[in-house]
Design a protein around this ligand. Structure first.
Ligand code: ADP
Ligand code: MG
Length: 726
């Protein structure tokens, strides 16, 4: 445990009992034991119910009452064997994190006692009072009801004493009120759009899947220190704090040995995640001190996203048992790296063919190229929209901050694929794309390597990078729900694939063979993207901003403005064509986004002002008084102050910073007042953006004061304490 001035501010949570021991067991023995997965279903459901449920999961058939009752019966027995007493519909409203309302399983038995019951109806559908969740005006308060409905494609799981049923959350009029519903629509759209194309190459393909492998970055801080920082507690980030003498400049944290306390936390977390069926694979220190990353083996996108949400909940909870608080904020500390959540994304067929990896033969390579090029085309067409899909008040600290993706969405291809695309443009359409090394080199041959070795050493400045068998959407924020980005990306690609298929059909109708028709359709697309969205250079350089503007890419770096990309005619058309969002939903969601943006900054601004008034100014005055007394005493004893030049200089600085602070406080309060009077959500967000900028101005004198005021008096843990776990 670290020794610091703020220890034991509050009783540590670390005394909580540990989860059941699994020591001595192999991971494979307890993996998924808290999930009602296929294996468990088979064990606890009768054959007919199991078959009906499987049809529903795989074939998207609706769940009938009888099946639901049968499932509930088996599920209840399984859950009670694990000590479950409560059940909840678990959903993902448009807030950060998930929502759950627990109901116990008990019912009166009619004989004066109670029994545990779970029926199919309460498993399949519930009606939580939804009036307090953000809806962007979709539900007027008099029609407060929304309903949650079971998503059987994501397995039911147990958290503590509660059976959690993953659900979608919809208004009574059918609009999506959550992240899951549009994500599921987008996944359906991309699979339906990709399938007929895949079938041209392999008629045995019946289904296409979208895959997601997220990499979750996070910070850990000591919970005692956290409890002494109202800014961290309330806003998730430090609103003030002078940088530590040492932070990440020595590059000694990245991939270094994991500190013992942190390793113990990670182990506990991993065990619990394995029990919950989350296939965690990687853990390591990240770039900033106290920053870490965790990543699973990728999986089907809807499930992978649920698992990310479950993981985040588990992290919050388990960190406490180890005396830590986990921070998902994109920028908890100024001056060191922020946290992202890279979304590794790909498509693949039910026959096991990955669609973003080189194929087994020339046709396989052509299929790869088809999906590769169409993805890039979608990213180009919807680059502003993709940026909007990851834009938030908290992620704004990363975008364009020279440490994370710039606020311009471009795609990194790597040398090989760039060359392949350029070469294809110059060659006849019947050129076959071979795997390098398998054929002798000859003129006119386009080759791709079996494995993209050069893509492992990739450009970290790109927000959307091809990494050998997938694309990595790096601009996603650490605190966000992956569904926001994944819905937009899958929908955009689905729409582009539909356009491509229509064009391809025209070429095929001319009697061309498949490879020539595909190449003839792809070539104009390649020509239109290769010098626009494709960019392998350094995305942090100011030159790129100018170049991107010239190329016609969106370079807007204002979050309220970015959000508007959702309701442009082009986006509305794309989303309605793919059936992912209605125009009403898009407008409502934008309202929610602007409102959330405003509220976040409003809270930060209030916290900063109050901390300045209640914490900083009194502490500074105490030190100022001590200095004044020292000067007065010196004068009394020596009858002049010549021995106090240092103190006098410090006093002058203190007065100057205090004045700066007081002026800043008044200005900020006035700005808030003016912004609060604005009705229009977009205009209000724009006004709050200015306030966000002035938060930086207001912290400056505080950080300066921290440098000069007596350490014993300073009322807050400093960066040097917060950032180094011992
Ligand atoms: P790095 O830090 O080098 O980018 P990591 O190993 O931390 O890579 O994470 C890479 C993530 O990408 C993992 O979740 C991994 O399972 C996932 N991934 C690998 N291949 C694919 C794929 N074809 N589709 C989607 N995700 C993938
Ligand atoms: Mg990584």
């Amino acid at each position: 445990m670290s020794i610091n001035r703020f220890e034991l501010v509050r009783e540590s949570f670390s005394k909580k009992p540990a989860e059941p021991a699994v020591s001595g067991k192999k991971i494979s023995e307890y993996f998924g034991e808290l999930v009602f997965d296929r294996r468990t279903m088979q064990e606890y459901l009768d054959a007919d119910t199991f078959q009906a449920l499987t049809d529903c999961i795989e074939g998207g058939k609706p769940l009938d009452h009888m099946t639901a009752d049968g499932v509930a019966k088996g599920m209840k027995i399984w859950a009670m064997e694990h000590g479950v007493t409560h059940v909840t519909h678990w959903f993902q409203p448009l807030t950060e994190g998930t929502a759950e309302k627990h109901d116990s399983l008990i019912e009166y038995d009619g004989k004066g006692g109670v029994i545990e019951r779970l029926d199919g109806k309460s498993l399949a559908q519930q009606e939580p009072d939804a009036s307090s969740f953000p809806s962007g005006g979709l539900r007027a308060t008099f029609e407060a009801r929304g309903y949650t409905a079971w998503d059987p494609t994501s397995p039911v799981f147990i958290q503590g004493d509660t059976l959690c049923i993953p659900t979608v959350f919809i208004s009574y009029t059918g609009e999506a009120l959550d992240y899951k519903t549009p994500l599921k629509r987008a996944l359906k759209a991309v699979c339906e759009a990709a399938l007929p194309i895949c079938q041209l190459f392999d008629p045995s393909v019946k289904k296409v899947y979208s895959y997601l492998g997220w990499e979750q970055e996070y910070f850990l801080v000591d919970e005692d220190l956290y409890a002494s920082r109202p800014d961290l507690m309330i806003t998730g980030r430090t609103l003030m704090g002078h940088s530590s003498s040492k932070n990440q400049q020595l590059d000694d944290h990245y991939f270094a040995a994991i500190p013992t306390r942190v390793a113990a936390f990670m182990r506990d977390l991993e065990i619990q995640c394995y029990r919950l069926g989350i296939p965690l694979k990687t853990r390591h220190n990240e770039v900033a001190p106290n920053q870490f990353e965790i990543a699973p083996i990728f999986g089907e996108t809807n499930l992978a996203n649920d698992q990310n949400q479950i993981l985040m909940n588990q992290m919050r909870y388990i960190a406490r048992r180890h005396g830590f608080v986990v921070l998902f904020h994109e920028k908890p500390f100024a001056g060191v790296n922020g946290s992202g959540k890279h979304n590794n994304w790909s498509l693949g067929t039910d026959t096991g063919t990955p669609l973003f990896a080189p194929g087994k033969d020339a046709m396989g390579n052509l299929q790869f190229l088809t999906f590769f090029v169409n993805t890039l085309a979608a990213v180009q067409k919807h680059n502003a929209l993709l940026k909007a899909s990851i834009a938030s008040a908290t992620n704004a600290h990363r975008l364009g901050a020279n440490e994370a993706p710039p606020a311009i969405i471009s795609a990194f291809l790597g040398k090989t694929m760039t060359e392949v695309l350029r070469k294809l443009l110059t060659l006849p359409s019947d050129t076959s794309i071979e795997i390098a090394g398998k054929q002798s080199k000859k003129m006119g041959l386009v080759e791709i390597p079996e494995i993209f070795i050069d893509n492992t050493d990739r450009n970290r400045t790109s927000p959307f990078a091809f990494t050998g068998n997938r694309f990595e959407f790096r601009a996603v924020g650490a605190s966000s729900n992956c569904a926001g980005a994944m819905t937009t990306l899958n929908a955009a690609v689905a729409d582009q694939l539909c356009t491509f298929k229509a064009d391809l059909d025209k070429e095929l109708a001319k009697g061309k063979s498949l490879n020539i028709a595909v190449m003839d359709t792809l070539k104009p697309i390649i020509a239109s993207i290769i010098d626009v969205v494709c960019f392998d250079g350094n995305g942090y350089l100011p030159e790129w901003h100018e170049e991107a503007t010239r190329r016609g890419l969106d370079t807007c770096n204002s979050v309220p403005e970015m959000i508007k990309a959702f309701t442009t005619p082009q986006s509305v058309e794309m989303f309605t064509r793919t059936g992912v969002y209605t125009e009403t939903e898009l407008q409502a969601r934008n309202e929610v986004k602007w409102e959330t943006y405003v509220k976040k900054i409003q809270i930060e601004s209030r916290v900063l002002v109050r901390m300045a008034i209640n914490h900083i100014i009194p502490a500074v005055l105490e030190y100022k008084t001590a200095l004044l007394k020292d000067v007065a005493l010196t004068k009394e004893v020596f009858s002049d102050t010549s021995g106090c030049t240092g103190e006098l200089e410090t006093l002058a600085k203190i007065s100057q910073y205090l004045e700066e602070l007081r002026v800043g406080i008044v200005e900020m309060k006035n700005a808030r007042k003016a912004a609060n009077a604005i009705e229009d959500p977009y205009a209000k967000a724009v006004a709050y953006q200015e306030i966000a900028e002035s938060l930086e101005t207001l912290r400056r004198p505080i950080d300066k004061l921290e440098e000069i005021v007596d350490n014993k008096i300073w009322p807050l843990p400093k960066y040097r304490e917060l950032l180094f776990i011992s």
